[in-house]
Design a protein around this ligand. Structure first.
Ligand code: FAD
Length: 284
């Protein structure tokens, strides 16, 4: 199918872009990599009156290094994240997750900002943002604001972003050497959306898990922070008994979607296997 008629603007400054979003509100949709939006338009599941192409704003494709944060610009492609040595050094969880995002061709155009704004519950970046306590940077004519990832994802394809706001970047705390992380997912074929995936980040201080964050994708209407499993693991010593208790807690707290292809119990089971693998890896 072909997309319905739409208007098109390509602002050359951020101010112009924000003014356009302000003018058109709900009628406008931002075009970043187009890897989700164009198929949605072709299937007539999205019918924006006007596309605001942000491809003319190269400043959104840069990475900013602050004292204790790294800000990845919204227009940074999945592929740039996958291949950046500096990102691997500072936020290795992202480098590990990147090869799971779609296929090579999609990764070369799709952007982290597009993925965060779309909020597909089976996408990798939203779960990584939760695991890493990231903040989403938003800009509008009303000013800028930062929203913690925990508060940004509100439901199925639903976020705290307002119609006149542009996602400009994702702000990740810089990790120190004590921080351990792991990312894993199960999908039918490499590059498909995950049946379930897990991103974990924690301090291994002495013999205990500290400040542990366990986030899952594919098991809810949004990325899920596994608070039950996290409270079992926080301050606990890694052991087989701890792992079993955490898995029980995870199994009890997940409410996977009812889907004829992968029933809830199956997704729950996959998530528990992923947690077991992650904890075994950390113990190793
Ligand atoms: C076959 C296929 C397989 C895929 N598999 C995966 C996968 O396994 N994992 C995964 O995570 N993704 C997957 N995707 C999606 C892909 O990663 C997209 O690139 C991504 O979801 C959206 O990024 P984009 O830059 O292409 O955004 P676009 O398609 O341009 O936009 C997506 C949505 O976000 C909005 N938007 C974009 N940028 C901004 C911004 N800066 N501020 C405000 N709103 C914005 C748009 O208006 C639109 O609503 C797949 C896509 C396809 C076609």
């Amino acid at each position: 199918m072909k997309a319905p008629d739409f208007g098109y603007v390509r602002p050359s400054t951020l101010a112009e872009c924000l003014a356009t979003l302000n003018e058109y509100g709900d009628e406008a949709q931002v075009l970043a990599g187009g890897q989700s939006l164009m198929p949605l338009m072709n299937f007539r599941l999205a019918k924006p009156g006007i596309l605001v192409d942000i491809g003319g704003l190269p400043e959104l494709a840069t990475t900013r290094w602050e004292t204790d944060h790294v800000v990845i610009g919204a227009l940074t492609t999945h592929d740039t994240i996958a291949t950046s040595d500096t990102i691997r050094e500072q936020i290795p969880l992202l480098s590990d997750a990147a090869p799971h995002v779609a296929h090579v061709a999609i990764r070369s155009r799709g952007t982290i900002g597009g993925s965060i704004a779309l909020a597909d519950p089976a996408a990798e970046w939203p779960a990584c943002c939760l695991a890493l306590s990231a903040e989403i940077e938003l800009a509008s004519l009303r000013g800028g604001r930062r929203v913690p990832a925990d508060e940004f994802f509100l439901g199925l394809y639903s976020t705290d972003r307002q119609a006149d706001e542009l996602v400009t970047g994702i702000r990740f705390p810089m990790l120190d050497d004590r921080r351990a992380h792991t990312f894993d997912e199960v999908s039918r074929r490499r590059g498909d959306f995950a049946i379930a995936g897990l991103a974990l980040s924690c301090d291994l201080v002495g013999p205990k898990f500290k400040d542990i964050r366990v986030a899952l994708l594919g098991v809810g209407d949004r990325p899920v922070l596994a608070r039950g499993a996290m409270s079992v693991l926080e301050d606990a010593e890694p052991s087989d008994a701890t792992t079993e208790t955490a898995i029980e807690a995870l199994s009890a707290e997940l409410r996977p979607p009812d889907d004829p292809m992968y029933p809830p119990d199956y997704r729950r089971q996959v998530a528990c296997v992923l947690l077991r693998r992650a904890l075994n890896k950390l113990m190793g």
